[in-house]
Ligand binder design. Structure first.
Ligand SMILES: Cc1cc2nc3c(=O)[nH]c(=O)nc-3n(C[C@H](O)[C@H](O)[C@H](O)COP(=O)(O)O)c2cc1C
Length: 249
């Protein structure tokens, strides 16, 4: 399979076979992760490899005890990292305060996310399944504490991975590509286009059941009023903003 075939076969995997990931396989995934594009050649990210079940159990509550946070053989946590570059500057008697700001944070987040997606594609090309855990951006201070991250290091992506327990897991319904793509300038959507764009997801049996069980009128309500609620988002936004400042950006 080439890279495009691998990407077109992507679907999140949340249950894993009882099969360890060989060191050579992990090394290949990490090599792919570390070789992405990077801001100014500075490689502003670090990767924490978790294989110890005790460490997974420590982090599980901060992942809201999602089963995948402990049932995967391997978790990679990608951190935006200006600490190492600061250390380099210190060692060369060069000032470091040029990077203690939001601009630098954005660069480091970009580098970390490029590394994370490279790792995902590499893992999937080797037959593993992956699933991002957004909870890393919710309870960020707890992960900083458990993973002992110094100032100027913030975890931004967390990817459990392993061999799929159910290799025939189907693809997840998505908006059609032509709806997502704009040529030259942004094109506003008509209501009809919106209806067409979300129809596949609205008609997916698990979404239909979810809307019914929660007595909502439509899938939009399920997203906005249950899955990703305003009060939660506001609480975790405040926490994230505070953490970014406390970590020195
Ligand atoms: C930033 C981000 C955070 C995510 N967080 C979670 C999560 O906490 N738990 C989970 O089961 N899936 C999580 N996912 C997986 C998405 O639910 C999944 O990618 C999406 O529904 C599309 O399905 P697919 O990956 O199978 O194509 C996350 C994905 C992304 C990109």
């Amino acid at each position: 399979m080439n890279a495009i075939d691998t990407m077109l076969q992507h679907r999140s995997i949340r249950e894993f076979a009882d099969q360890p990931v060989a060191k050579e396989t992990l090394d290949q995934i990490l090599a792919a992760a570390c070789n992405g594009s990077t801001m100014g050649g500075m490689q502003l990210f670090s990767i924490i490899v978790t294989q110890d079940k005790e460490m997974m159990r420590k982090m599980a509550p901060a992942h809201f005890n999602q089963p995948i946070a402990t049932n995967a053989p391997l978790i990679l946590t990608f951190c935006a990292d200006f600490h190492r570059f600061d250390r380099y500057c210190e060692c060369r008697n060069t000032p470091t305060d040029a990077y203690h700001n939001l601009q630098a944070y954005q660069w480091a987040v970009t580098d970390a996310l490029i590394a994370a997606q490279n790792a995902c594609v590499a893992a999937e090309s080797l037959g593993l399944g992956i699933c991002w855990l957004g909870t890393i951006t919710y309870n960020t201070p707890q992960f900083i504490d458990i993973l002992q991250l110094p100032k100027h290091v913030i975890p931004v992506a967390c990817i459990p991975m392993g061999y799929p327990a159910h290799p025939d897991t189907p693809l997840t319904p998505k908006i059609s590509n032509s709806t997502l793509i704009h040529h030259e300038t942004y094109r506003e959507y008509s209501e009809e286009e919106i209806n067409t764009a979300y129809a596949t997801m609205e008609q997916a049996p698990n979404n239909v059941n979810m809307v019914k069980e929660n007595h909502f009128h439509n899938l939009a309500e399920d997203w906005v009023l249950r899955r990703y609620k305003k009060e939660d988002n506001e609480y975790f936004s405040d926490l994230l903003q505070k953490t970014i400042t406390e970590q020195g950006f």
